[in-house]
Design a protein around this ligand. Structure first.
Ligand code: NAD
Ligand code: LMR
Length: 329
């Protein structure tokens, strides 16, 4: 099992690599960055595990040979490469820089290891995942069941903030978010917990989850956005993927995926899947990738309304990503 982290020297990249370093399912952990990851790799290599750690760095601005070597034979590729927000910026403000970074990395992934599971962290996720999809389509190697935008951090936040409110912990799977990864496209689904909260509490909770990224950006005062909690979120997601590939388990996760050809038994989700090409949904993942979209169960009128409301904004951000790749051809 070879897992490659592209953008390994960053705030997320380093912390995530640390968490992955002790994962027994990984044989080879590969660190790639445009900043030399030799220090990070040497540091990690002193942690006693049977894993091999390798590192690659672009030799020049146009060099892709090192990236190719990093990706050769990879089974899982995770991309936290790109710039983070500063106070006052939206995730969409990162588009101009991060779109090209993601497109280039994904193009080389498509040329080198298109069968690998691909998980994208770089923002704006609502556009970078469609960029990846369109780029891979142009190379005739898009595997929609293996390309994911990681939105797990929104669910982690929901679990944590709900836990603070109710005193209940281990809420994993009981509550999660669907939709996208920005402001009102983030839709918290509260399940049975809805009944235990007042409408004011629900409103505050939903708002806090949607804008929790801003909380971190402001607290870091210009020094970046969430890195530690994001690394924990990505590690949770990747541990599931690794179990699915290595052990043949079917794992339940939530991710932002291409929903157009996926199956679901949930009529409401089916309707949404006809309106928008990519959506964050609870999914079952097996060794071949996404197997199906899980049912959302009973939703409140507000949750249904919030999901429908998220579609136009999401569609615009998806179209922006798709247009970017088409215009570059
Ligand atoms: P960072 O600046 O600390 O690290 C980014 C790393 O990417 C740097 O080491 C940089 O050298 C590297 N990089 C830049 N261009 C590259 C390229 N072409 N190839 C390889 N590496 C390259 O940023 P960070 O805090 O780690 O955040 C990274 C991204 O993740 C940002 O876009 C941020 O908005 C996003 N993010 C997403 C979520 C989410 O929920 N999906 C959460 C937090 C942050
Ligand atoms: C987050 O939700 O913390 C990330 O998307 C980073 C950001 O820019 O808010």
């Amino acid at each position: 099992m070879k897992l490659a982290v592209l953008g390994a020297c960053g705030g997320i990249g380093q912390t995530l690599s640390l968490l992955l370093r002790t994962n027994e399912l990984i044989d080879e952990l590969v660190l790639y960055d445009v900043v030399d990851p030799v220090g990070v790799a040497t540091d990690l290599s002193h942690i006693p595990t049977r894993q091999k750690v390798r590192h690659f760095c672009a030799l020049t601005k146009t060099d892709e040979s090192q990236l190719r070597m990093a990706l050769q034979g990879a089974n899982v590729v995770v991309i936290p490469a790109g710039i983070p927000r500063k106070p006052g910026m939206s995730r969409d403000d990162l588009f101009n820089i991060n779109a090209s970074i993601v497109q280039q990395l994904v193009r080389v992934y498509g040329e080198t290891c298109p069968e690998a599971f691909l998980a994208i962290i770089s923002n704006p996720v609502n556009s970078t995942v469609p960029i990846a999809a369109e780029q891979l389509r142009s190379q005739n190697c898009f595997r929609p069941e293996r390309v994911f935008g990681i939105t797990t951090l929104d669910s982690l936040r929901l679990e944590q903030f709900l836990g603070q409110l109710t005193g209940a912990w281990d809420l994993r799977g009981q509550v999660y978010t669907v939709g996208g990864h920005s402001g009102e496209t983030i839709v918290p689904i509260l399940g049975k917990w809805r009944k235990r909260l007042s409408s004011a509490e629900i409103q505050d909770l939903v708002h806090r989850v949607r804008y929790a990224g801003d909380e971190v950006v402001q607290a870091k005062q210009g020094k970046g956005s969430a890195t530690l909690s994001m690394a924990a979120a990505a590690n949770r997601f990747l541990c599931g993927i690794l179990r699915a590939i290595c052990r043949g388990d079917t794992v339940d996760e939530v991710a932002f995926v291409n929903v157009s050809r996926l199956k679901t038994d949930d009529c409401f989700v089916q309707k949404i899947m006809h309106k928008v090409e990519f959506f964050g949904v609870p999914i079952s993942i097996g060794p071949e990738g996404v197997a199906k979209v899980k049912c959302l169960g009973s939703l409140s009128a507000e949750e249904k309304e919030a999901i429908s409301h998220s579609v136009p904004a999401l569609s615009a951000q998806i179209a922006k990503g798709t247009r970017f790749v088409k215009a570059s051809k």
